[in-house]
Write a protein of this length. Structure first.
Length: 93
């Protein structure tokens, strides 16, 4: 059986389950629901980034990427800051 590799983003928790969005080439293409116990301890938080290996329809391996998690978090904060500092529309009084 072929193993597929994705980037995973921990989207949310539903009780003891974790919903991980699967990305390829920067686009979300699917998601998986796994036991929270299957997450690496350091990556047990929303927006954590992983390398996710899927074999068939089962999780084969998941590896936390702390540096990529920090980079994406900073990029999101920067975008939010930039949007909040946007100059007023010239039609506004």
């Amino acid at each position: 059986m072929k193993t597929e590799e994705y980037r995973g983003v921990l989207d949310r928790f539903e009780g003891d389950q974790a919903v991980v969005l699967l990305e390829r080439n920067g686009s979300t293409i699917d998601d998986i629901v796994i036991s929270r116990k299957q997450l690496p301890e350091d990556g047990n938080h929303v927006d954590a980034i992983f390398v996710v290996e899927i074999e068939g329809d089962r999780l084969k391996h998941i590896t936390y990427l702390p540096d990529e998690t920090a980079t994406r978090s900073k990029q999101a904060q920067d975008r939010f800051r930039d949007l909040s500092e946007r100059p007023p529309d010239e039609n506004e009084g």
